[in-house]
Ligand binder design. Structure first.
Ligand code: FMN
Length: 455
């Protein structure tokens, strides 16, 4: 059977995202990002379109490398202001039954004991529809704001591995399944004999009880987004899904293969990682209308904001270069994958600074799929079939109109082609993604090693 395509809507608790400035388009409602009704409407729309998940990015910092200050992203509303994404999830969960939620949280600045509790709470409140996008934090501005020294790229991943060991202990080892007995007759809520303190003495230290009883998934479904050597190895150990932004199909194929190989090297089956690629979709009833929308979006997208955003992703101050200067490879402390995509894996095409400023399809960013419903549907199917990808994260443009058009125009065509579900699958997020696997960690996953035998 042909693979069904998984779809997440890629958002952030901010007025606009990596395509800065689009909040100002007349049809965009991003300025309502402080309003719970905005998120509830989004969740209801996603549910009607059988969207798999709302995937929330978070960078916990401000893009201030460009010109050495944050003014450009502040003006353009690019990932700033930025609310706490976790707060949105209970409201969206309350109006949906199956929609899943991905939330980004970093291992460098979030204390593991506190994050483990917040994620368990969300896994309870969503009835097991939670995933954690594990990132290590690329912005030096976060380190300064948190009053700590920035951690070098590879070291962040080493620390993240230790962090994961600790949170697995809290999620998998601290409680037996049935420890919260809720026995009114004996007036016992939790049987203390079935809860144990975990002990961790790595870089992160903990002698403590997990504060939450086991949630439906215990460990939330795990995403990872790093694509460097270290990032891929980390995903191979820990991720059940990876999020990437390959610009062309050969790059996507290479990245998919590298994640599958990394899983295998970690002793897991190669297909135990689903791979999602970011994509900017612009669809309208006709190709001409879609191209017109693209022109409008280009008009509202903010060039200085886009350069500022990418300066922080690349770890390079792009204001220092002439618009016609090509991007050269540098050893980046930020997203090595994006620098490599622009300089090494770009099919010989020189990416210039002015290309990065534009609302454009370019190496180092996600691909564009623009056209009529039929064209978009064909293109998405080709991407999946030619690369081994499992699904897409739809990059936020002019929203919620963009997502609504996808649901109205593309979803029915994908369904007609047998490439999209016609109803949600039951169960937790892990069961929906891996129906054969069960709610808790698969036995070959690193986290399973921490499972307490009595549990
Ligand atoms: C598609 C994609 C989405 C990402 N989203 C986030 C995010 O929301 N927050 C964040 O702090 N980092 C994010 N990252 C950064 C990665 O987690 C990682 O820190 C970065 O890519 C550097 O690691 P690498 O050199 O291994 O790729 C994202 C990366 C990619 C490729």
């Amino acid at each position: 059977m042909d693979k069904q395509i998984l779809i997440n809507a890629f958002y952030m608790a901010s007025p606009a995202q990596a395509w800065t400035g689009l909040w100002a388009h007349p049809d965009a409602q991003g300025e309502r990002y402080n309003d719970l009704s905005y998120w509830i409407e989004l969740a209801r729309a996603a549910k009607k379109g059988l969207i798999d998940g709302i995937f929330l990015a978070d960078t916990l910092g401000v893009a201030d490398i460009y010109e050495g200050r944050p003014d450009a992203v502040m003006r353009a509303g690019g990932m700033f202001p930025s609310n706490d994404p976790m707060m949105l999830i209970p409201a969206m969960a309350a109006v949906t039954e199956h929609l899943c939620f991905g939330v980004t949280a970093n291992t460098t600045y979030e204390p593991p004991y506190l994050l483990a509790r917040r994620l368990s709470t969300l896994d309870h409140l969503t009835r097991g529809r939670l995933s954690w996008n594990v990132v290590t934090g690329i912005l030096a501005s976060t380190a300064r704001a948190m009053g700590v020294e920035p951690v070098p790229h590879d070291r962040r991943y080493e620390l993240a591995s230790d962090y994961m060991e600790l949170v697995y202990k809290l999620w998998e080892e601290s409680w037996d399944n049935d420890a919260a007995v809720r026995d009114k007759a004996s007036r016992t809520f939790t049987d203390p004999g079935r809860v144990r303190q975990v002990s961790h003495g790595g870089h992160y230290r903990c002698e403590g009880y997990h504060l939450c009883e086991p949630s439906p998934q215990r460990t939330p479904f795990i995403y990872a987004a790093g694509g460097s050597g270290k990032g891929t190895a980390f995903a191979g150990q820990h991720a059940e899904a990876a999020f990437t932004a390959a610009h062309d199909k050969p790059s996507a194929r290479r990245i998919v293969d590298s994640y599958r190989k990394a899983a295998e090297q970690a002793g897991r089956t190669p297909d135990s990682i689903k791979v999602f690629n970011a994509v900017t979709v612009i669809v309208a009833p006709t190709e001409a209308e879609a191209l017109d929308l693209k022109r409008q979006y280009a008009d509202y997208s903010n060039e200085a904001g886009n350069l500022a955003m990418m300066s922080s992703f690349l770890g390079i101050d792009l204001s220092r270069y002439d618009p016609d200067d090509p991007i050269e490879y540098v050893e980046s402390n930020a997203m090595q994958t994006a620098v490599e995509a622009m300089t090494k894996h770009n099919g010989g095409k020189k990416v210039r600074v002015r290309d990065i400023a534009a609302f454009a399809d370019l190496p180092g960013r996600e691909p564009f799929v623009v056209g009529s419903p039929e064209q978009v549907c064909d293109s998405m199917i080709d991407w999946i079939d030619e690369t081994g990808l499992d699904g897409f994260n739809l990059v936020r443009t002019v929203e919620p109109a963009g997502l609504q058009s996808f649901i109205d125009l593309v979803v029915p065509r994908l369904q007609d082609r047998g490439r999209y579900k016609t109803q949600y699958a039951p169960g937790t997020m892990r069961e929906k993604m891996f129906p054969e696997g069960g709610a808790r960690r698969p036995a070959d996953h690193r986290g399973a090693a921490f499972r307490h035998r009595a549990g």
